[in-house]
Design a protein around this ligand. Structure first.
Ligand SMILES: Nc1ncnc2c1ncn2[C@@H]1O[C@H](COP(=O)(O)OP(=O)(O)O)[C@@H](O)[C@H]1O
Ligand SMILES: [Mg+2]
Length: 387
């Protein structure tokens, strides 16, 4: 028995409820081999006894099949699963986890990815909210088939709209059609805070947040207002888009947001009539960027007309064509993100204390506050362009 043999045997053990193995998730912490005896230590993100039991049974079987005599599996399970164990400021405490979907530039498919990730998580049994925080280009109402629906008001709070089992709120649902708003930094901060505090979100397992493109006041305010559990970056494969997505990944790092991974969107085009694949924007170029930031690709989503029509008609492809390759990839990406969230929470959750504004109350913080080493610096009104 060698470590390689043991590891490939364990690679056949899928984490219950997911398509990936305990090895692929990085849950196997230690393998000790003495002759033909194998001891394995596994960290899991669920405290459900049946999960530990199933992993123990399957891992024992696979290792014995690979030639082991004695097998000892030790499972380390967290005490409080799924609950967010995050610390710091949270102005929407009924939401357990926050997933920030970001991109370096607009038009790369960030809103489409947010919608399909949210739909996939909801189809996997999670209680999901979808916040369209892209105040400049609120497209989520159309993509969710809710563009003509007005929200109800209860007291001075807004009840989120609902579609496909998901709660949704957007500036687009609170404004007249086609109206443009010119936002100052302090207004952006207020809008983001109101989205979290003044919307009657239910007790949610997660809130997927479609951010405006780039790295600015909205991202900073959001991460200071709630502990963001996971960051997802959406990019297209051409170099100029990748340059921008590096900035988005770097922002996650500066804001102490764990990076769940990258979605490479518009990754090749498969002609529907011939099945021939064309690399319009390139393909697979995102991999080195993922490595650079110690993360991985959550999904490669091809260019597919059905994705665009799904967006335009408010019928997300993951919900309406679950057998399509794209839907399957979004489902796998959602499983991947969720497994990471469980692990992040099992490891103690996230803490946004270190990125709280250092400027006095009532003065808007500027983006330099995102950098801990400059945390003492505060900008005077109007001097940094963010007021
Ligand atoms: N993989 C894809 N294949 C085809 N069309 C896509 C794909 N991803 C996004 N689109 C379309 O491209 C446009 C821009 O996507 P969108 O999600 O609005 O980008 P962003 O939010 O980054 O600005 C939309 O019309 C959308 O339907
Ligand atoms: Mg968008």
């Amino acid at each position: 028995m060698t470590k390689d043999i043991a590891e490939s045997a364990l690679d056949k053990v899928t984490y219950p409820g997911f398509a990936k193995s305990i090895v692929a998730f990085g849950f196997v912490k230690d393998i000790t081999i003495t002759d033909k005896n194998v001891a394995v230590e596994v960290d899991i993100s669920s405290s459900a006894p049946e999960v530990a039991h199933q992993i123990t049974q399957e891992a024992t079987e696979e290792l014995k099949r690979a030639g082991a005599d004695e097998v000892v599996i030790s499972i380390n399970a967290p005490k409080i699963p799924r609950e967010s164990s995050s610390k710091g400021k949270n102005i929407a405490p009924q939401v357990k986890n926050f997933i920030m979907v970001s991109s370096g530039k607009g038009g790369v498919g960030k809103s489409t990815a947010s919608v399909n990730l949210a739909v996939a998580l909801a189809m996997q049994g999670k209680k999901v909210g979808l916040l369209d925080a892209d105040i400049y280009g609120p497209n989520i109402p159309r993509m969710m088939g809710l563009e003509d629906t007005q929200p109800d008001i209860e007291g001075n709070k807004v009840i989120p709209l609902k579609a496909y089992g998901i709660e949704m709120m957007s500036m687009g649902s609170l404004m007249e059609d086609g109206q443009s708003l010119i936002w100052r930094g302090s207004m952006i901060m207020k809008a983001i805070e109101q989205f979290l505090r003044d919307i009657l979100w239910s007790e949610l397992d997660c809130l997927v947040i479609d951010m405006p493109p780039g790295t600015g006041d909205a991202q900073l305010t959001l991460s200071q207002s709630v502990p963001v559990t996971a960051g997802v970056t959406v990019t297209t494969p051409q170099m100029v888009a990748l340059d921008d997505s590096r900035r988005s990944l770097d922002m996650f790092k500066k804001l102490n947001i764990p990076i769940a991974g990258i979605i490479e969107n518009m990754s090749g085009f498969i002609a529907p009539d011939t099945g021939v694949e064309y690399d319009i924007f390139g393909k697979g170029t995102t991999e080195p960027v993922a490595k650079e930031f110690d993360t991985h690709i959550l999904a490669n989503i091809p260019i597919e007309p059905a994705i665009r029509t799904g967006g335009d008609t408010g019928k997300p492809i993951t919900y309406f064509a679950p057998e399509s390759e794209t839907a399957k990839r979004y489902m796998a990406a959602a499983e991947d993100v969720w497994a990471q969230i469980e692990k992040i929470n099992a490891d103690g959750g996230v803490d946004n204390q270190a990125i709280q504004p250092t400027t006095p109350p009532g003065v808007s913080a500027c983006s330099t506050a995102a950098q801990p080493q400059q945390a003492q610096h505060s900008c005077g009104e109007g001097s940094c362009g963010c007021h």
